[in-house]
Design a binder for this molecule. Structure first.
Ligand code: CA
Length: 339
Protein backbone atom coordinates (compact mmCIF):
# COMPACT_ATOMS: atom_id res chain seq x y z
CA UNK A 1 0.00 0.00 0.00
CA UNK A 2 1.06 3.57 -0.27
CA UNK A 3 0.52 6.59 1.90
CA UNK A 4 0.37 10.13 0.73
CA UNK A 5 1.20 13.29 2.53
CA UNK A 6 0.90 16.86 1.41
CA UNK A 7 3.71 19.31 2.05
CA UNK A 8 3.24 21.99 4.69
CA UNK A 9 0.86 24.77 3.79
CA UNK A 10 -0.67 22.82 0.90
CA UNK A 11 -3.93 24.00 -0.60
CA UNK A 12 -7.09 22.30 0.69
CA UNK A 13 -8.35 19.36 -1.39
CA UNK A 14 -11.15 19.74 -3.87
CA UNK A 15 -13.12 16.79 -2.54
CA UNK A 16 -14.19 18.32 0.73
CA UNK A 17 -17.87 18.48 1.50
CA UNK A 18 -19.95 20.98 3.35
CA UNK A 19 -18.68 20.28 6.82
CA UNK A 20 -16.69 22.93 8.55
CA UNK A 21 -14.87 23.47 11.73
CA UNK A 22 -14.98 26.95 13.07
CA UNK A 23 -13.22 28.96 15.68
CA UNK A 24 -14.39 32.06 17.36
CA UNK A 25 -12.70 34.53 19.63
CA UNK A 26 -13.66 37.36 21.86
CA UNK A 27 -12.20 40.65 20.68
CA UNK A 28 -8.73 41.26 22.04
CA UNK A 29 -8.17 37.66 23.11
CA UNK A 30 -4.97 35.89 22.07
CA UNK A 31 -4.85 32.31 20.80
CA UNK A 32 -1.08 32.09 21.21
CA UNK A 33 0.10 29.11 23.24
CA UNK A 34 2.64 30.03 25.89
CA UNK A 35 5.63 27.74 26.32
CA UNK A 36 5.05 25.33 29.21
CA UNK A 37 6.95 26.14 32.36
CA UNK A 38 10.24 24.31 32.53
CA UNK A 39 10.14 23.32 28.87
CA UNK A 40 13.45 22.30 27.34
CA UNK A 41 15.08 24.27 24.58
CA UNK A 42 12.91 23.70 21.49
CA UNK A 43 14.42 21.99 18.44
CA UNK A 44 15.36 24.08 15.37
CA UNK A 45 11.90 23.72 13.84
CA UNK A 46 10.35 25.05 17.04
CA UNK A 47 8.34 21.93 17.89
CA UNK A 48 8.62 20.99 21.56
CA UNK A 49 8.08 17.20 21.93
CA UNK A 50 5.04 16.15 23.93
CA UNK A 51 5.97 14.22 27.07
CA UNK A 52 4.11 11.98 29.50
CA UNK A 53 4.34 14.76 32.09
CA UNK A 54 2.67 17.19 29.69
CA UNK A 55 -0.10 14.69 28.92
CA UNK A 56 -0.73 14.03 32.60
CA UNK A 57 -0.83 17.74 33.52
CA UNK A 58 -1.44 19.69 30.31
CA UNK A 59 -0.85 23.41 30.05
CA UNK A 60 -4.19 25.25 30.29
CA UNK A 61 -4.21 26.23 26.60
CA UNK A 62 -3.29 22.76 25.33
CA UNK A 63 -5.70 19.94 24.40
CA UNK A 64 -3.42 16.92 24.07
CA UNK A 65 -5.76 13.95 24.21
CA UNK A 66 -9.36 13.16 23.27
CA UNK A 67 -10.91 14.41 26.51
CA UNK A 68 -7.94 16.67 27.35
CA UNK A 69 -6.74 14.88 30.49
CA UNK A 70 -6.08 11.17 31.16
CA UNK A 71 -9.13 10.92 33.39
CA UNK A 72 -11.34 11.84 30.45
CA UNK A 73 -13.15 14.70 32.16
CA UNK A 74 -13.09 16.92 29.06
CA UNK A 75 -12.72 20.06 31.18
CA UNK A 76 -10.79 23.19 30.20
CA UNK A 77 -9.45 25.46 32.94
CA UNK A 78 -9.42 28.46 30.56
CA UNK A 79 -11.69 31.22 31.76
CA UNK A 80 -11.38 33.98 29.16
CA UNK A 81 -14.75 33.01 27.73
CA UNK A 82 -17.36 33.30 30.44
CA UNK A 83 -21.03 34.01 30.94
CA UNK A 84 -20.40 37.72 30.67
CA UNK A 85 -18.73 37.74 27.25
CA UNK A 86 -19.83 34.56 25.51
CA UNK A 87 -22.42 36.56 23.62
CA UNK A 88 -19.63 38.57 21.99
CA UNK A 89 -18.10 35.55 20.24
CA UNK A 90 -17.79 36.11 16.49
CA UNK A 91 -16.82 33.77 13.67
CA UNK A 92 -13.19 34.28 12.62
CA UNK A 93 -12.62 31.48 10.11
CA UNK A 94 -14.20 28.30 8.81
CA UNK A 95 -12.72 25.38 6.99
CA UNK A 96 -14.31 22.43 5.16
CA UNK A 97 -13.68 18.92 6.43
CA UNK A 98 -13.46 15.69 4.46
CA UNK A 99 -16.87 14.15 3.73
CA UNK A 100 -18.01 11.34 6.00
CA UNK A 101 -19.14 10.62 9.54
CA UNK A 102 -18.14 13.65 11.65
CA UNK A 103 -17.31 12.89 15.25
CA UNK A 104 -13.78 14.26 15.33
CA UNK A 105 -12.24 16.20 18.21
CA UNK A 106 -9.11 18.23 17.38
CA UNK A 107 -5.98 18.32 19.49
CA UNK A 108 -4.57 21.78 20.19
CA UNK A 109 -0.84 22.24 20.59
CA UNK A 110 1.79 24.72 19.54
CA UNK A 111 -0.68 26.95 17.75
CA UNK A 112 -2.00 24.08 15.61
CA UNK A 113 -5.25 22.16 15.58
CA UNK A 114 -4.66 18.51 14.64
CA UNK A 115 -8.01 17.43 13.24
CA UNK A 116 -9.06 13.81 12.63
CA UNK A 117 -11.23 13.82 9.50
CA UNK A 118 -13.33 10.84 8.40
CA UNK A 119 -11.57 7.97 6.68
CA UNK A 120 -8.11 8.39 8.22
CA UNK A 121 -7.55 11.89 6.92
CA UNK A 122 -5.65 14.07 9.38
CA UNK A 123 -5.09 17.79 9.01
CA UNK A 124 -2.84 20.22 10.85
CA UNK A 125 -4.53 23.62 10.80
CA UNK A 126 -3.16 26.96 11.97
CA UNK A 127 -5.41 27.71 14.93
CA UNK A 128 -5.23 31.47 14.43
CA UNK A 129 -5.73 31.75 10.68
CA UNK A 130 -7.39 28.47 9.67
CA UNK A 131 -4.67 27.89 7.07
CA UNK A 132 -3.78 24.28 6.31
CA UNK A 133 -0.27 23.36 7.45
CA UNK A 134 -0.42 19.80 6.13
CA UNK A 135 -2.84 17.04 5.30
CA UNK A 136 -2.37 13.27 5.38
CA UNK A 137 -4.70 10.93 3.50
CA UNK A 138 -4.19 7.27 4.24
CA UNK A 139 -4.56 5.17 1.13
CA UNK A 140 -6.50 2.08 2.22
CA UNK A 141 -6.58 -1.11 0.13
CA UNK A 142 -9.46 -1.35 -2.33
CA UNK A 143 -11.04 -4.39 -0.66
CA UNK A 144 -10.97 -3.11 2.93
CA UNK A 145 -14.61 -1.97 2.85
CA UNK A 146 -15.66 -5.49 1.91
CA UNK A 147 -14.35 -6.72 5.26
CA UNK A 148 -14.86 -3.83 7.69
CA UNK A 149 -17.72 -1.91 6.07
CA UNK A 150 -17.71 1.75 5.10
CA UNK A 151 -17.66 3.29 8.55
CA UNK A 152 -15.55 6.45 8.19
CA UNK A 153 -15.75 7.75 11.77
CA UNK A 154 -12.36 9.01 13.00
CA UNK A 155 -13.21 10.14 16.49
CA UNK A 156 -9.85 11.00 18.01
CA UNK A 157 -6.10 10.97 17.63
CA UNK A 158 -3.16 11.13 20.04
CA UNK A 159 0.08 13.08 20.19
CA UNK A 160 3.40 12.03 21.71
CA UNK A 161 6.96 13.20 21.14
CA UNK A 162 6.68 14.79 17.72
CA UNK A 163 4.19 12.25 16.39
CA UNK A 164 0.46 12.47 15.76
CA UNK A 165 -0.89 8.92 16.17
CA UNK A 166 -4.07 7.19 14.95
CA UNK A 167 -5.52 3.76 14.31
CA UNK A 168 -6.73 3.08 10.79
CA UNK A 169 -9.52 1.64 8.72
CA UNK A 170 -7.09 -1.02 7.48
CA UNK A 171 -6.33 -2.13 11.06
CA UNK A 172 -2.96 -0.48 11.58
CA UNK A 173 -1.66 2.02 14.10
CA UNK A 174 0.38 4.77 12.47
CA UNK A 175 2.30 7.91 13.38
CA UNK A 176 2.81 11.15 11.47
CA UNK A 177 5.46 13.79 11.99
CA UNK A 178 3.58 16.63 13.69
CA UNK A 179 5.50 19.28 11.75
CA UNK A 180 5.50 17.81 8.24
CA UNK A 181 2.61 15.33 8.23
CA UNK A 182 4.88 12.63 6.79
CA UNK A 183 4.38 9.00 7.86
CA UNK A 184 6.89 8.19 10.59
CA UNK A 185 5.95 4.56 11.30
CA UNK A 186 3.05 2.14 10.94
CA UNK A 187 2.38 -1.20 12.61
CA UNK A 188 -0.25 -3.77 11.61
CA UNK A 189 -2.58 -4.76 14.46
CA UNK A 190 -4.89 -7.22 12.69
CA UNK A 191 -5.21 -8.75 9.24
CA UNK A 192 -8.48 -7.11 8.15
CA UNK A 193 -9.23 -10.03 5.82
CA UNK A 194 -8.88 -12.61 8.60
CA UNK A 195 -9.78 -10.76 11.84
CA UNK A 196 -11.51 -7.55 10.74
CA UNK A 197 -12.08 -4.79 13.28
CA UNK A 198 -13.23 -1.19 13.16
CA UNK A 199 -11.35 1.79 14.48
CA UNK A 200 -13.98 4.48 14.91
CA UNK A 201 -12.07 5.71 17.98
CA UNK A 202 -8.34 6.25 18.09
CA UNK A 203 -5.79 5.78 20.84
CA UNK A 204 -4.73 7.55 23.99
CA UNK A 205 -1.18 7.70 25.29
CA UNK A 206 -0.54 6.04 28.65
CA UNK A 207 2.98 5.84 30.07
CA UNK A 208 4.61 6.23 26.66
CA UNK A 209 2.36 3.62 25.09
CA UNK A 210 -0.32 3.93 22.42
CA UNK A 211 -3.33 2.20 23.97
CA UNK A 212 -6.24 1.49 21.64
CA UNK A 213 -9.43 -0.50 21.50
CA UNK A 214 -11.65 -1.46 18.55
CA UNK A 215 -14.95 -3.00 17.64
CA UNK A 216 -14.49 -6.52 16.33
CA UNK A 217 -16.63 -7.74 13.46
CA UNK A 218 -18.47 -11.00 14.27
CA UNK A 219 -16.75 -12.62 11.28
CA UNK A 220 -13.40 -11.63 12.80
CA UNK A 221 -13.75 -14.18 15.60
CA UNK A 222 -12.50 -13.75 19.17
CA UNK A 223 -8.94 -12.88 18.16
CA UNK A 224 -10.17 -9.63 16.59
CA UNK A 225 -11.48 -8.54 19.98
CA UNK A 226 -8.29 -7.13 21.46
CA UNK A 227 -7.04 -4.06 23.27
CA UNK A 228 -3.47 -3.22 22.30
CA UNK A 229 -0.51 -1.17 23.47
CA UNK A 230 2.34 -0.02 21.22
CA UNK A 231 5.50 1.88 22.02
CA UNK A 232 4.56 5.47 21.21
CA UNK A 233 8.04 6.27 19.92
CA UNK A 234 8.79 3.21 17.77
CA UNK A 235 5.36 1.68 17.08
CA UNK A 236 6.49 -1.70 18.37
CA UNK A 237 3.70 -3.75 19.97
CA UNK A 238 4.04 -4.01 23.76
CA UNK A 239 0.98 -6.11 24.66
CA UNK A 240 -2.45 -7.16 23.49
CA UNK A 241 -5.35 -8.31 25.63
CA UNK A 242 -8.21 -10.36 24.23
CA UNK A 243 -11.61 -9.39 25.67
CA UNK A 244 -12.92 -12.97 25.69
CA UNK A 245 -11.19 -15.92 27.35
CA UNK A 246 -10.06 -19.02 25.49
CA UNK A 247 -10.53 -22.52 26.93
CA UNK A 248 -8.36 -22.89 30.01
CA UNK A 249 -8.06 -19.16 30.60
CA UNK A 250 -9.71 -17.39 33.56
CA UNK A 251 -13.33 -16.66 32.69
CA UNK A 252 -13.66 -19.57 30.25
CA UNK A 253 -16.17 -21.11 32.67
CA UNK A 254 -18.47 -18.10 32.26
CA UNK A 255 -19.41 -18.93 28.65
CA UNK A 256 -21.47 -22.04 29.33
CA UNK A 257 -19.39 -24.22 27.05
CA UNK A 258 -19.83 -22.07 23.95
CA UNK A 259 -17.04 -22.94 21.50
CA UNK A 260 -14.22 -20.39 21.52
CA UNK A 261 -14.67 -19.41 17.88
CA UNK A 262 -18.30 -18.43 18.62
CA UNK A 263 -17.33 -15.98 21.41
CA UNK A 264 -17.38 -12.94 19.18
CA UNK A 265 -18.04 -9.20 19.03
CA UNK A 266 -16.90 -8.21 22.49
CA UNK A 267 -15.55 -4.91 21.25
CA UNK A 268 -13.80 -2.01 22.97
CA UNK A 269 -14.57 0.79 20.57
CA UNK A 270 -14.56 3.85 22.82
CA UNK A 271 -11.32 5.62 23.71
CA UNK A 272 -9.87 4.54 27.05
CA UNK A 273 -8.97 6.68 30.05
CA UNK A 274 -5.94 6.31 32.30
CA UNK A 275 -4.88 6.75 35.92
CA UNK A 276 -1.11 7.43 35.99
CA UNK A 277 -0.95 7.06 39.79
CA UNK A 278 -2.39 3.54 39.71
CA UNK A 279 -0.96 2.57 36.33
CA UNK A 280 -4.40 1.44 35.18
CA UNK A 281 -6.09 1.89 31.81
CA UNK A 282 -9.90 1.86 31.88
CA UNK A 283 -11.97 0.81 28.89
CA UNK A 284 -15.50 -0.38 28.25
CA UNK A 285 -16.57 -3.43 26.24
CA UNK A 286 -19.57 -4.08 24.05
CA UNK A 287 -22.25 -6.72 23.97
CA UNK A 288 -21.99 -9.97 22.06
CA UNK A 289 -23.41 -10.00 18.53
CA UNK A 290 -25.21 -11.02 16.42
CA UNK A 291 -26.51 -13.45 19.06
CA UNK A 292 -27.10 -11.80 22.43
CA UNK A 293 -25.75 -13.62 25.42
CA UNK A 294 -29.01 -15.26 26.43
CA UNK A 295 -29.00 -17.10 23.12
CA UNK A 296 -25.41 -18.19 23.65
CA UNK A 297 -24.59 -19.78 26.98
CA UNK A 298 -27.78 -18.82 28.82
CA UNK A 299 -28.62 -16.00 31.21
CA UNK A 300 -27.09 -17.80 34.17
CA UNK A 301 -23.65 -17.27 32.62
CA UNK A 302 -21.69 -14.04 32.74
CA UNK A 303 -19.92 -14.25 29.33
CA UNK A 304 -16.83 -12.36 30.47
CA UNK A 305 -15.77 -9.74 29.61
CA UNK A 306 -18.72 -8.51 27.60
CA UNK A 307 -20.63 -5.37 28.63
CA UNK A 308 -17.95 -4.53 31.19
CA UNK A 309 -15.52 -1.91 32.37
CA UNK A 310 -12.00 -3.30 32.43
CA UNK A 311 -9.00 -2.00 34.37
CA UNK A 312 -5.80 -3.06 32.63
CA UNK A 313 -2.24 -2.90 33.93
CA UNK A 314 -0.57 -0.34 31.67
CA UNK A 315 2.69 -2.31 31.59
CA UNK A 316 1.31 -5.76 30.80
CA UNK A 317 -2.34 -5.44 29.73
CA UNK A 318 -3.31 -7.80 32.54
CA UNK A 319 -6.94 -7.40 33.60
CA UNK A 320 -6.60 -6.18 37.20
CA UNK A 321 -10.34 -5.95 37.74
CA UNK A 322 -13.57 -5.93 35.79
CA UNK A 323 -17.09 -4.76 36.41
CA UNK A 324 -19.98 -6.22 34.42
CA UNK A 325 -22.26 -3.26 33.86
CA UNK A 326 -25.48 -5.22 33.36
CA UNK A 327 -25.52 -8.37 35.40
CA UNK A 328 -27.39 -11.41 34.26
CA UNK A 329 -30.92 -11.57 35.52
CA UNK A 330 -33.87 -13.58 34.37
CA UNK A 331 -35.50 -11.58 31.58
CA UNK A 332 -38.97 -10.29 32.29
CA UNK A 333 -41.86 -11.03 29.92
CA UNK A 334 -42.17 -8.33 27.32
CA UNK A 335 -38.62 -7.10 27.72
CA UNK A 336 -36.86 -9.48 25.39
CA UNK A 337 -38.89 -8.46 22.39
CA UNK A 338 -38.36 -4.75 22.95
CA UNK A 339 -35.80 -2.99 20.81
CA1 CA B 1 -8.57 6.52 12.72
Amino acid sequence: MSQTSSPPFAAPPDSVAGFVIATAVVAGMSLATPAPAGAQQPPPDGFAPVTDAMLEDPAPADWLTWRRTPDGWGYSPLDQVNRGNVGDLRLVWTRALTAGSQEGTPLAYGGALYMPNPGDVIQAIDAVTGDLRWEYRRDSPDDVEEFVGNLTTNRNIAIYGRHVIDTSVDNHVFALDAVTGELAWETPILDYRKNPARHSSGPIIADGKVVSGRSCMPRGGPDACVITAHDATTGEEVWRRRTVPAPGEPGDETWGGIPFEERVHVGSWMAPSYDPALGLVYIGTSVTSPAPKFLLGGVENQHLYHNSTLALDVDTGEIRWYWVQIENTAPKPGVLGAS
